[in-house]
Each structure stands twice: as structure tokens, then as C-alpha cells.
Design a protein around this ligand. Structure first.
Ligand SMILES: [Zn+2]
Length: 251
């Protein structure tokens, strides 16, 4: 009888040890997964970029978040329709706009909401008209962002990059005529960086608007966004990373 009890105790002890070890392993894996942004957004751009953002930023700097392609849903420049639609023939999220704009708008809203909760001086701008042909029309993202930046604000336009060989991956494109600051550095250290001269200096960076490519609209990232079970969690996680990058850049 005593022998049987001893065996039972030994079995229980072995079981507890294993389950403890397993739970530690499981939790640490889960934490690593959460901490590893790359697993969610995919690879960052591997283009050679040497810029470093050193300029200090005032704590209450006004931040403006723009959704890429919100004013260009015409034939050209509408943004990527993503791998799911373009390659696998799935329905677009909203037939009236590109899938990229659909997600840019969702992220924009979430970043601004979370940013306000965290005490940032942050806002968004969404043009009322979905297609404005003249980039210098005062209602475009670029005109509003340019004006905002000229008054000392930090304007950033968010994008998702094209899938497969058409895209480069995640990363920040700094402003063209201004030296990058510590917010730029903080974002680039999480999302990667594009060269200053990327495509000869795009329209937005020439107007002092940063471009953040969050990741390619493909694979795990796109699946997690499209799946209703993981959508909110993914949007929250991405906005959280971006808002914390702002906070780390100004404190
Ligand atoms: Zn885009």
C-alpha cells in the first residue's frame, strides 16, 4: 500500500515537473511570437539605407496620420489590391476602393484612437472625395500633409506594400528636404528603413510627409487581417507598435 502511494507521488511529481516545463516553454514561445513583429508583417525592405534620425522632437508635437491612396481611387495610383484579390481571386473587402485603402483607413482610425488615449497630440485627415486628379488640390492628402508639416507638425502617410515581387516590404521613407528625427528613427528601428532617394524622392516625402509601408499585403499579414477572428487583434497590434514608436521617439 505504502509502495503504491510512493509510486503515485512520484508519478504526480514527474507529471507536475513536465507540465510546468511545458507551460514555461509555451508561454515563452507565445511571448516571443508577440514580440516578434516580423512574423506578422513579414520582411522589411533590404534596400541599402544609411540615414539615422537624430533630431530631437518636442513632446507635444502635432502628429497627422494620413491613409495612403485615400484621394486617388481613379485608374492610376489606387494602391495594391493585395495577394488575396489579385492572385487568388477573392472578393475585395469593399468593391469601391482598393484593399490597400480599406486597410489603410482601418489602421489610420485605430492609430489615432489609441494615440489619443496615450496622450499624443494626434489627428487624422480623410479627404471627402475619393479621387482628386490634381495632387496640388488643397483637399488632397499631400496638400493637407504639406501644410501641416510646414507649420512644424509630423505628417505620416500609412501604406501596405504590393505583394510578391512587386513590393519591397515594410519600412519608413523619411522626408526629402528635412533631416530625419527621433520619431523616424524609432519607427525605422521597428519597421525598417527605405533609402532617402527611394524612387527619386516620392511625392509625399518631397512635401515632408513620411511614408510608412507597414508590410506587404500578402501571406500571414493579409490572412490575419481578412479573417474576422484575428482582424481586430491584428489591427490593434499594428497600431500599438506604431503608437509606441511615436511615444519612444518623443520621450
Ligand atoms: Zn500604397
Amino acid at each position: 500500500m505504502v509502495k503504491k502511494q510512493v509510486i503515485n507521488i512520484i508519478i504526480l511529481a514527474v507529471f507536475l515537473t513536465f507540465s510546468y516545463a511545458f507551460s514555461q516553454l509555451y508561454n515563452s514561445r507565445k511571448l516571443n511570437f508577440k514580440g516578434d513583429l516580423e512574423l506578422i508583417i513579414g520582411k522589411s525592405s533590404n534596400l541599402p539605407a544609411t540615414w539615422v534620425g537624430n533630431d530631437e522632437v518636442a513632446k507635444d508635437i502635432p502628429i497627422l496620420v494620413l491613409a495612403g491612396h485615400a484621394d486617388s481611387q481613379g485608374l492610376a495610383g489606387a494602391g495594391t489590391s493585395g495577394e488575396a484579390v489579385d492572385k487568388f481571386g477573392l472578393d475585395p473587402m469593399n468593391p469601391e476602393i482598393s484593399d490597400e485603402l480599406f486597410w489603410n483607413l482601418k489602421l489610420q482610425e485605430s492609430i489615432v484612437k489609441l494615440g489619443k488615449m496615450k496622450g499624443l497630440n494626434i489627428r487624422s485627415y480623410v479627404p471627402r472625395i475619393r479621387n482628386i486628379d490634381d495632387p496640388n488640390d488643397p483637399r488632397t492628402n499631400w496638400s493637407v500633409g504639406h501644410k501641416f508639416a510646414k507649420h512644424g507638425g509630423y505628417a505620416i502617410e500609412i501604406h501596405f506594400d504590393a505583394y510578391g515581387k512587386y513590393g519591397m516590404g515594410s519600412g519608413l521613407i523619411p522626408p526629402f528636404f528635412e533631416s530625419p528625427n527621433q520619431i523616424d528613427e524609432s519607427i525605422a528601428s521597428k519597421f525598417g528603413r527605405f533609402p532617402l532617394q527611394f524612387r527619386g524622392g516620392l511625392g509625399a516625402p518631397r512635401r515632408q510627409i513620411r511614408i510608412l509601408e507597414i508590410g506587404k499585403l500578402e501571406g500571414t499579414l493579409e490572412k490575419n487581417l481578412r479573417d474576422e477572428k484575428t482582424r481586430q487583434k491584428t489591427i490593434k497590434l499594428l497600431s500599438n507598435e506604431i503608437v509606441h514608436a511615436f511615444l519612444n521617439g518623443i520621450i
